[in-house]
Write a protein that binds this ligand. Structure first.
Ligand SMILES: Cc1ncc(COP(=O)(O)O)c(C=O)c1O
Length: 395
């Protein structure tokens, strides 16, 4: 038995809670559980053969260099690939303004370190990404929610919040938001960029899902309208290649990048050289756009199956969002629903989801459910909704 060392823990640990999702994921790892819970991509769509071939080619071509330490900014050809891709999507970025990170989750940690002292305010959507809340909590941030509606956050609310709270930054997920699936409209994106410039507001634009649009037309990123250099654009290969590679990135102006680089060095020296080489080889030796198309089709189909099954089976009093891409939809239950209690009954029936509560940085949200539709096959989605709806009707 080890001695209790909690008296020696840092003050920040007082705020930290284990993630409900991580706890739920332990249950959903059992194969007979139908999971709408984690944000797991469809494993059968991972490009296993292509990644195997890329790994082989990397070791043949680069030999021991592939296993050596590398630059903290990342592997230059991969940074160039990312910058070209950003330019194709209407963003101004050069390779030197791109840093490769260990997942985009690491960017959130580095950005927190760069901007946040204890008590500093972060503006967020309400609800927002659970692990962003956790990450910024490490720096003892305070969260101030920005009012939102079906088109995402409401930019007109920002100036008053900025004046009142002097936030260090706005954290936003404009495409198919996690957890709601909601997309910020184009006029609002332009407005956010304009307000950021006028009020000297830093915007952290987190965009893991933008390429997973299965309906409607793409909308340029907020950074597209950012002439003042206030927007830090964050994305990842987790949803377009595979999350196990742990490859994300940030595109930011040079002065921000110089500071992030110091923090990156202190955090882990650099992101895995081998994984970066494999990803770059995969991207240049294959047709990633065709692969993406397969993912989009599958997720579009799964979304339609989930939406149809919910329509057919959920009782009155439940409503949900209609995302045009990404991996999640967001269910609002009746006022008196306790989604945590529902989860207990759901797990007994071998179906899982994430209760909405933990996505609200300022509390509340007991009657919401986040449903993921990327991970389960259509048959399992139908069966999962059948079980879940029976519990909703009983409860
Ligand atoms: C909004 C958002 N940001 C960041 C991440 C982190 O992704 P990764 O670290 O795998 O790039 C996720 C993962 O689900 C996410 O949903």
């Amino acid at each position: 038995m080890s001695a209790d060392q909690s008296a020696n823990f840092a003050r920040r640990m007082g705020q930290m809670r284990p993630s409900t999702i991580r706890e739920i994921l332990k249950v959903t790892a059992q194969p007979d559980v139908i999971s709408f819970a984690g944000g797991l991509p469809a494993p059968e769509l991972f490009p296993v053969a292509e990644v195997r071939a890329a790994a082989d080619a990397v070791l043949t071509q680069y030999g021991s260099r592939a296993l050596q330490y590398g630059p903290s900014e990342g592997f230059m050809p991969l940074r160039e690939w990312i910058a070209e891709e950003l330019v194709r999507r209407g963003l101004q970025a050069t390779a030197t303004e791109v840093m490769v990170t260990s997942g985009s989750q690491q960017v959130l940690d580095l950005v927190g370190k760069l901007f946040l002292d204890p008590g500093d305010v972060v503006l967020t959507e309400n609800p927002t990404y659970l692990a962003a809340i956790q990450s910024f909590q490490t720096f003892e941030a305070k969260f101030v929610p920005v009012p939102t509606d079906a088109d995402g956050l409401i930019p007109d609310a920002l100036p008053a919040l900025i004046r009142q709270h002097r936030p260090k930054f706005l954290y936003t997920i404009p495409n198919f938001q996690n957890p709601t699936g909601i997309t910020l409209s184009a006029p609002r994106r332009a407005a956010v960029a304009r307000i950021a410039a006028e009020h000297n507001l830093t915007v952290v634009e987190d965009d893991p899902y933008g390429k997973l649009r299965y309906r409607g037309a793409d909308i340029p990123a907020i950074k597209h309208w950012d002439e003042a250099g206030r927007v830090l654009y964050v994305s990842t290969f987790s949803k377009t290649i595979a999350p196990g590679l742990r490859l994300g990135w940030i595109a930011a102006p040079a002065d921000i990048m110089a500071r992030l680089l110091i923090l990156k060095q202190a955090a882990d020296l650099h992101t895995s050289s081998f994984d970066q080489l494999v990803a770059h080889t995969y991207l240049t030796q294959n047709d990633p756009a065709a692969h993406l198309e397969k993912i989009r089709q599958a997720y579009g189909e799964r979304y339609a199956v989930l939406d149809g099954a919910l329509r057919a089976a959920l009782p009155a009093g439940y409503s949900w969002t209609t995302p045009e891409g990404g991996m999640f939809l967001w269910v609002t239950g009746p006022e008196n629903l306790d989604a945590m209690e529902l989860l207990g009954r759901a797990i007994a029936q071998k179906v899982a989801f994430v209760p909405g509560r933990d996505f609200f940085p300022a509390g509340g949200g007991k009657n919401f459910l986040r449903l993921n539709y990327s991970n389960a096959t259509p048959e399992r989605i139908r069966e999962g909704v059948r079980r879940l709806a029976a519990l909703c009707r009983a409860g």
